[in-house]
Design a protein around this ligand. Structure first.
Ligand code: ADP
Ligand code: MG
Length: 684
């Protein structure tokens, strides 16, 4: 079997089963061998029936002694049979598998493996898996893979398919030269690829996992490194930064934090050193990144060049526009500011394009799609991207290509470990804002259940009476029969009934026209709306410091990163803020996940817990662009392997690395394939 062979080459897989595999993202044989187990169960050592105790998993070798009977209980078909060995007999039950015992020869010994429970004082083996005795003996002591599946596709079918694929699949010669494998203590790819599915021991599994995770990280890092390996160019934009910081700071009604000042100094250092700046400014939500970029843009403007700031949403674009207007209001030499967004008419856009091309505006604010389209800059010396994690690698590169190389500043609230940032962004320098502005009180959190909503509304009302404003976040826009989740439209009517009449309640969602959205956000920012009921359109960047309370309905339906971003909308002023998460599911997972955001305001911690709590399966299913995810590897908990992979990337570029020709060709071919197949879909 070769890589791209169809799944139907495997015995027992027809069109229908093949489609079920497709749902799991498995389309060909290669996908199947890389479809890793989500966990493992031990193949239990065989015991006698006498020794079975309730609430344990166990395996016995026994014969079926009664003819299996199947009865119906509602939708359920229950099949039962008695089995016996020298020490005694026991009942086995199977659910919805009436055919499970049809292929069994009476009087022959099989292994029955499952969970033992007690019912009405009698022991039962629940839904045991049946194995051929000799086959089982070979596997005993090993680890049984458990895969992610969909309805209609049993573990057994998946296991069989994987094992069949593996028996004929060739991993080919290892792309990593022996020398490298030895240096980093890695098993070869064939061993790893097989053992990850069929391990005899946990130490063998660990070795296999190390190699697989290493490959995931290495492939990614090495490719990214290539992608970004352009030598640092000399800059044509020399920017005079003298007195800028002092002048600017003097106009602000707050003082900059130490980290903000340091970030500005870092940027100014880059402006002076004659090379093109490539800097990442990272800082948790609300840490005050915008102002840092404004100071940089102001300096660029004073030296006679343009600056561009790109943001992911229209709401954010107009908000930045207003911030700029306000901040620069009493500057003697005001920069001229231009706004460019998708909702503008073609005529307006064209006019703005002309302004930009002729250099009549100094600071251009806009959504990224619009700015990239067909804009010709007069003389862009600085390009800033806000909430950078929303942009793909390609978009970023394209921007930097625009005419002469401008300085580039990317701002991101996605908390990633510093070492990882260095690896990922390669040639980027990094400034980090660690501390929030003085006087900020940490947001107080509460996770509540629906029956406590009354108390939450009380808190909201108290805040409004104290002159503040509130957000309520709902997962959906309109009622959806399939899912019971709050929707903004109905919720708004409900809230209007509950709260006193003088309280202004308004809803906001992504399907409104950009103009409508902007108007509503402006009224909210001006304090004309008391409660804004919204979908996650307010997630990114929105800044209304007077809003001090946020309530999130059906909170378990959002990812932890999203919850943290949402919460970042409050706690932006000097007053105590509150965030209330309404948990409408009783599942353990929901409880655990909400506990993480409920207990911590630390974006870094939340991101790492998020990865830990989600199984690899779920991660794949919900992969969002912008998130950095690997199938097995976890950038936080596998930090040591990540580091090895990084070290290895560097080693390969040194003169000590001398593979022979074959090895080198293999390595190169592998990396090219990887890039073609995988990297296109990744964005960081
Ligand atoms: P983010 O880093 O999430 O983009 P913003 O730049 O939107 O954060 O800043 C959040 C809020 O904090 C804004 O209202 C901003 O005016 C305010 N702010 C920024 N720096 C300071 C500071 N040094 N002191 C007080 N408030 C500040
Ligand atoms: Mg921001």
């Amino acid at each position: 079997m070769v890589k791209n062979d169809s799944l139907q080459r495997i015995k027992g897989i027809g069109e229908k089963t093949s489609r079920l595999f497709n749902e799991l993202g498995v389309f060909d044989i290669e996908d199947l061998v890389h479809f890793y187990p989500i966990r493992y169960l031990p193949y239990e050592e065989l015991v006698s029936i006498e020794e079975l105790t309730a609430d344990n998993n166990a395996a016995v070798s026994a014969r079926i002694i009664s003819s299996p009977k199947t009865i119906r209980a509602g939708k359920l078909k229950i099949t039962e049979a008695y089995i016996e060995d020298y020490s005694g007999k026991i009942r086995c039950v199977w659910y919805n598998c009436p055919y499970i015992v049809t292929n069994i020869t009476k009087e022959k010994e099989y292994v029955f493996s499952g969970k033992v429970t007690e019912r009405k004082g009698k022991r039962v083996i629940e839904h045991p898996v049946i194995y051929d005795l000799n086959e089982y003996r070979k596997m005993a002591g090993g680890l049984q893979p458990v895969y992610r599946t969909v309805r209609g596709l049993s573990q057994k079918i998946v296991r069989k398919a994987v094992s069949c694929a593996l028996s004929e699949f060739s991993f080919g010669e290892d792309f990593l030269p022996v020398d490298i494998r030895e240096k980093y203590g890695l098993v070869d790819n064939d061993t790893a690829g097989r053992t990850i599915h069929q391990a005899n021991s946990s130490s063998a599994l660990e070795q296999a996992r190390k190699r697989v995770v290493f490959d995931e990280f290495f492939n990614f890092l090495y490719s990214i490194k290539r992608l970004k390996n352009n030598p640092v160019a000399k800059s044509e934009f020399i920017i005079n930064t003298e007195n800028i910081l002092d002048e600017f700071a003097a106009k602000l009604d707050f003082s900059l934090t130490g980290d903000q000042i340091q970030a500005v100094r870092d940027i100014f250092g880059d402006f002076k050193n004659g090379k093109v700046m490539n800097r990442l400014l990272q800082g948790d939500v609300g840490s005050g990144k915008t102002i840092v970029s404004l100071i940089a843009m102001y300096a660029v403007c004073r030296s006679g060049y343009q600056s561009v700031i790109m943001v992911p949403t229209e709401v954010l674009a107009s908000q930045h526009y207003q911030t700029c207007m306000k901040i620069f209001a009493d500057f003697e030499d005001k920069p001229r500011i231009g706004l460019l967004t998708g909702s503008m008419s073609n005529k307006e856009k064209k006019a703005m394009h002309e302004e930009i091309e002729s250099g009549r505006v100094d600071i251009i604010i806009g959504t990224h799609a619009v700015i990239q389209d067909s804009v010709v800059f007069h003389d862009a010396g600085l390009v800033v991207t806000d909430e950078q994690h929303r942009f793909g690698v390609k978009q970023r590169e394209r921007l930097a290509d625009n005419g002469k190389s401008p300085h580039v500043l990317v701002m991101s609230a996605t908390p990633i470990p510093r070492t990882l940032a260095v690896i990922l962004y390669g040639d980027l320098d990094i400034s980090t804002i660690m501390t929030k502005p003085d006087g900020r009180l940490p947001v107080k959190n509460a996770v509540i259940i629906p029956k406590d909503r009354g108390k939450a509304y009380r808190t909201i009302l108290d805040q409004i009476n104290a002159g503040h404003q509130a957000y309520i976040i709902c997962p959906m826009i309109e009622e959806n029969e399939a899912v019971e989740a709050e929707n903004v439209i109905d919720y708004t009517s409900k809230i209007k009934c509950i709260f006193p009449e003088n309280i202004v309640v308004q809803f906001l969602h992504g399907r409104m026209s950009p103009e409508e959205k902007n108007n509503i956000m402006c009224s909210f920012a001006n304090g004309d709306i008391n409660i804004l009921i919204s979908t996650t359109v307010v997630e990114v960047g929105v800044d209304v410091p007077n809003a001090t309370v946020m309530m999130i309905e059906n909170a378990e339906r959002f990812g932890l990163a999203t919850l943290h971003q949402l919460r970042g909308r409050v706690g932006r002023g000097d007053d105590q803020s509150y965030c209330i998460f309404v948990r409408t599911s009783d599942s353990e997972v929901s409880k655990q996940r909400l506990k993480v955001v409920g207990d911590s305001n630390d974006g870094f911690f939340i991101a790492s817990e998020d990865l830990r709590l989600r199984g690899p399966g779920e991660i794949l299913g919900q992969a969002q662009s912008g998130d950095m995810r690997f199938e097995l590897g976890n950038i936080y908990t596998d930090a040591d392997i990540l580091d090895l992979a990084r070290e290895c990337c560097e080693y390969i570029d040194t003169s000590d690395f001398r593979p022979d020709d074959d090895e080198f060709i293999r390595f190169r071919k592998h990396m090219e394939d990887y890039r073609d197949k995988r990297l296109i879909n990744l964005s960081i």
